[in-house]
Design a protein around this ligand. Sequence first.
Ligand SMILES: Nc1ncnc2c1ncn2[C@@H]1O[C@H](COP(=O)(O)OP(=O)(O)OP(=O)(O)O)[C@@H](O)[C@H]1O
Length: 287
Amino acid sequence: MPSPADDPRPLGHAVAGATAPAPAGPSGEARRGAAVSVTGVSQWFGRRGARRHALDDVSLEIEAGEFVCLIGPSGCGKSTLLNLVAGFVAPTTGTVATDGAPVTGPGADRGVVFQQPRLFPWLSVRSNVALGPRLAGMRRADRRRIADEALALVGLSDVADRPPYELSGGMQQRAAIARALGGRPRVLLMDEPFAALDALTRERLQDEILRVWAATGTTVVFVTHSVEEAVYLGTRVVAFSARPGRVIFDELGGFGARTDREDLRSEPDFVTFRDRVHRVIRTAAGG
Ligand SMILES: Nc1ncnc2c1ncn2[C@@H]1O[C@H](COP(=O)(O)OP(=O)(O)OP(=O)(O)O)[C@@H](O)[C@H]1O
């Protein structure tokens, strides 16, 4: 895999006109080269006698450029699925691959954003973003260029030299997104990244992440508890049953790719789709 420093493209390489990539469809059959391929994955945790079945026979094909939102009752295995794709855990059974290559551990082709920004307080915002490239052994000038491009993409150029604790929660989360983008990932894995933010900041960052997605062409897999957020952001919404998580809903809402976003949340199509997903989740959660 080429190093991000060798990639001559600026981070926003797909921009030109900045419309979001067309959503690709979910496909039943495993295809080589899908951005993310999860095939027959079941996940168990714990030891004999106290084993916990987190995921049951989950298969999911995600095409390059999709923005897929994962939703489901608490404890259904959404984070587990993200962790499997990130390479933080290995599946008990089944396989996980990115671009046709089996996932055997974490890699720069997958950037991860968590609910908490997890920035190092003793490093400047720029140094936080440049940390991945630094650990990858990149030259100082290259890592500075990459960090500055990523920070520009999330609108944080002005605060690059400040320590993270001087930034608001929303700005810190944008820095965490920039850090994940620093490795020029093919896939951005986001685990409830806006859950800890106030409502207004959350809405701002939703539009921000769509802008970043359109600008980079990165495939996004986004875990959320909010049906509204899943429908607003996703080109595709995938819902899981209660634990052990199984895929019980997988549809292209397409709303994440809509460029006319003003009043989108109150449009009849949006409301109808959102209500359908709500019903699926309510039933899955047993209520
Ligand atoms: N490393 C682990 N060791 C043991 N059990 C785990 C581990 N990771 C997850 N689990 C268990 O697997 C199940 C699924 O957890 P997971 O965090 O993936 O669910 P989730 O859908 O993301 O939940 P939530 O929406 O509440 O964040 C839970 O019962 C959890 O306790």
